[in-house]
Design a protein around this ligand. Sequence first.
Ligand code: HEC
Length: 449
Amino acid sequence: MRGMVIGAVGIVHVFLAQFAIGGGMLLTYLQWRAGRGDALARRFIGSFFKYLVLVSFVAGALTGVAMWFTTIQVGPRTIGLMIDEFHWLWATEWVFFFVEVIAGYTFLRVGDRLSDPLRLRLLALYTGAAIGSLFWINGILAWQLTPGDWVRTHDLWAGFWNASFWPSLGYRLAVSATLAALAAILVVGTLELARAERHRLVTMIARLMLPMIAMPVLGAWYLAVIPDDSRRWLTGGSVAMSMFLAIAAGATGLIGAYAVVGLVWKRLYASGATAMLLLTLAFAATAAGEFVREGARKPYTVRGVLYSNSIAPDEVARLRVVGSVANDPYPLRDAARYPTAQLALGARVYRAQCSACHTLTGANAVVHLVTGWTADQRRMNIAQLQRTKGFMPPFAGTPTELEALVQLLTWEERGAPAAWPELDDPAVRARIAAWLDEAGPDAAPAVRE
Ligand code: HEC
């Protein structure tokens, strides 16, 4: 559930922020044409497309701040690690963003009074800074999935220039240009222009979508460099992930075919309604693509270094002895709900180890997933969580904690009755301990570094 909140904010942010970058590219291109005497291009810059870029970039900045708030809530340890490692790169990114803000605002306020060469330089500065800001953040995001040699050396640049850096940067730039072009065509539909002029404008703008030709190669390159197990899940191993990948690829393919063949090559006209439809497809592709990229990291938030539940791989063995919630200082939100201490312990264990990816009874609910399993089946499959599904981290608690979790699941499944027996059977704990030992404290072999 928490993941979904981040996901929703993140997708809107990515969409807006990429649009703001592409908007800069388009405005720069149109200004270049305006400087060479294209009056239509000049009119379009002066129309509200300029404001659209500004709005998206203000909203993009706001959702960016929202991302900080939500991710810090959900994965403070991941964010902490990222800031520890990359604070200077982040600071650099913010400098670029600052330049982007100043340049964009200056263009809005005084752009009309500047000469063409100055306007061009200002827009180029805005665009360059926007691309630069993506450049820095892209390295950090790509590092999460493919940290490469950084895992051993902790060398900043080895982490930054990681295997998926270039394909994801290239892909995002092509997406940025496409989003802006589609939004611009939408705006063209609203302008009071003769049909022939509108058509010329659409054809001019559509050129910005030409980089889409490179997207299949960039996508394939990305898939080739991500870890084997991630790739397997995306290409059949996980039905949900594979479907989302298919949606992203399919929607992108449709937009690309229409843009390149229809608009650029055949010079067809696109109405505002068509642009709206394509933009909606583009949003679906962005959402599906981000979902796939985030999902491909499981069971890690930083591959090989930190699991999604904020437990580090080398801590699992110790937590199996001392317990995963022994040092958990936070009270349960609705502590009075649990009739026994064992159930309350189970709720803490669930919160610490499972809640990053599951709910208890809502979406991807553990209670629903174990429905129909016997008590021992629940114990074994949770004790061997990394074998149950390779994209889950190993269980990182004591047999007592695991039994408390199993009791909690059964109690919730029965509708949370007011009375519930506390079960503490040494024979059960011994069985759980044996299953834990059998699976070992490491991630599934396929996802180990
Ligand atoms: C990294 C994210 C993640 C974490 C952490 C995680 N899970 Fe899962 N788990 C998943 C996903 C994704 C599925 C697949 C759901 C599906 O198939 O619909 C899953 C499936 C399951 C299933 C069903 C397995 C099957 O084969 O039918 C169970 C049971 C389960 N999880 C229990 C747990 C428990 C208990 C915890 C905490 C100790 C936990 N999970 C922690 C992501 C996670």
